[in-house]
Design a protein around this ligand. Structure first.
Ligand code: NZQ
Ligand code: ZN
Length: 417
């Protein structure tokens, strides 16, 4: 699929011919029913009933859903639909394996046949883990996350989303932290795709600005971690990714300047779901190295996911730029509206990286380790991060540029100020 790049001839001129390949074969599976709009949370009961389920374990976070009245509203709607409900609250951001295990125990005791998440990515991921564990009572669920045992069945999950960010409401992934080993790991399976996702933007108006900003970064990164891949082409997937990024940048700014702006939150909410259901990466090979670099920071410092991504991205980008400067030039042109003018490809690529970091700063997001709040780290701590990120020297990360332990350490060093 080699179309003409009419909008940015200078970007096209900088494409490195060796890097441009045709769109790869793909399979797209995004089975989640989306219910978008005002009061859609009141449809949760009917949705679960229609799936033939009757006993619901409702999973939620610390306090926000209870404080806003959402939790009571959803519980009442489930009961009115004739469903039996038990509630498990207390999911922590960077959700813990221990609470997921407790959820499995409760789901089995209660005889749950459906797990409903009311919250953000942490709650939805816990719900997915509980569904896995409850469908496989003979297996400790961490075995699935360690890939020791393949996941072959799970219970159905639904989500009432309260924060546009992780995209878990449509994704195949669930990310858990084993607090005993300080390992943060994701597990991908189509069994994890929620049956339905309820997206009512009004539910996000209680979000603190910091969480809105972290969400904006995360949504962008789900797209950028796909956009920067080794099979770049000029195709519809690129156009979708660039359009989504422009929309998130514009509405991310607006959401922070005008807290509670429903239009901005609506756009972010829909973009968040589309950014991680696979759409913005079709035909390419996912990179996701910045995500892996960020997960190690969350595992070690319990740092908020979105903030870890803005912390590492600029350092990752500068380190990997030579793999395909033209891709960054196109990104600068299409996403940030930058003109390359007389710049060399590397200069234009660096300008695109700087524009991205400036945007992150404008959201009060960190772009280095000290801004993330973990200070400037010593060499042994950086080494520990790099070692953990390779899963103890058993893997490389990334595809745009494949990164080994030495590369990972070099990127952490670049971010260490
Ligand atoms: O616990 P409560 O009181 O609900 O407070 C939460 C939490 O403190 C608060 N919050 C959520 N909705 C709110 C609200 N506060 C006020 N009003 C509302 N409407 O926000 C805080 C963060 O919640 P969390 O669920 O952690 O946020 P997010 O959606 O960003 O999820 C982050 C987690 O998802 C994982 C991340 O690694 C992290 O663990 N991810 C999951 C992915 C997936 N499953 O596909 C992909 C992502 O890349 C990501 O890794
Ligand atoms: Zn993410």
């Amino acid at each position: 699929m080699n179309g003409e790049d009419t909008a940015a001839p200078y970007a096209r001129a900088f494409f490195w011919k060796g890097q441009v390949t045709s769109m790869q074969s793909f399979e797209f599976y995004s089975p989640t029913r989306i219910l978008f709009g005002a009061d859609t949370e009141l449809q949760a009961g009917a949705q679960i009933r229609a799936l033939g389920c009757s006993r619901v374990l409702l999973v939620c976070g610390g306090n926000s859903a209870a404080a806003s009245g959402l939790l009571a509203r959803v519980e009442q709607c489930l009961e009115q639909a004739g469903l039996a409900v038990r509630t498990l609250s207390g999911v922590h951001p960077n959700p813990r394996l221990s609470l997921a295990r407790e959820g499995v125990r409760q789901a089995l005791e209660f005889g749950a046949d459906f797990i409903l998440a009311v919250g953000g990515g942490s709650v939805i991921d816990t719900a997915k883990a509980v569904a896995d564990g409850a469908a496989n009572p003979e297996t400790d669920l961490w075995q699935f996350w360690l890939r020791k045992i393949p996941l072959t069945r799970s219970l159905p999950v639904g989500a009432v989303l309260t924060i546009p960010a992780a995209g878990s409401e449509c994704s195949d992934s669930a990310v858990l932290t084993n607090e005993e080993t300080h390992e943060k790991r994701g597990l991908g399976s189509d069994l994890h795709r929620p049956r339905f996702a309820i997206l009512n933007p009004a539910l996000t108006t209680t979000l603190p600005p910091y969480q809105v900003a972290c969400g904006v970064v995360d949504i962008m990164m789900h797209t950028m971690d796909r956009y920067f891949n080794p099979c770049t082409d000029n195709n519809l997937t690129d156009e979708l990714a660039e359009g989504l990024l422009r929309c998130v940048i514009q509405n991310g700014r607006r959401a922070l300047e005008q807290p509670g702006d429903l239009h901005a939150m609506s756009e972010l909410m829909w973009a968040g779901s589309l950014s991680h259901n696979g759409l913005t990466g079709l035909g390419g090979t996912k990179d996701f190295a910045p995500h892996q670099l960020g997960h190690e920071l969350s595992a070690m410092f319990d740092a908020t996911h979105g903030a870890t991504l803005s912390t590492v991205w600029g350092s990752w980008a500068r380190y990997c730029l030579d793999a395909n400067p033209g891709r960054f030039v196109r990104f600068g042109s299409r996403v940030w509206g930058l003109e390359a003018g007389s710049k060399t490809p590397n200069e234009a690529a660096l300008a695109a990286i700087e524009a991205t970091e400036q945007f992150f700063h404008g959201l009060n997001m960190p772009t280095c380790l000290s801004e993330l709040g973990c200070g400037v780290l010593d060499e042994s701590t950086l080494g520990e991060l790099a070692y953990g990120c390779t899963y103890y020297q058993t893997r490389t990360i990334g595809t745009f540029r494949v990164l080994n332990e030495e590369d990972i350490l070099a990127i952490y060093r670049l971010a260490n100020h």
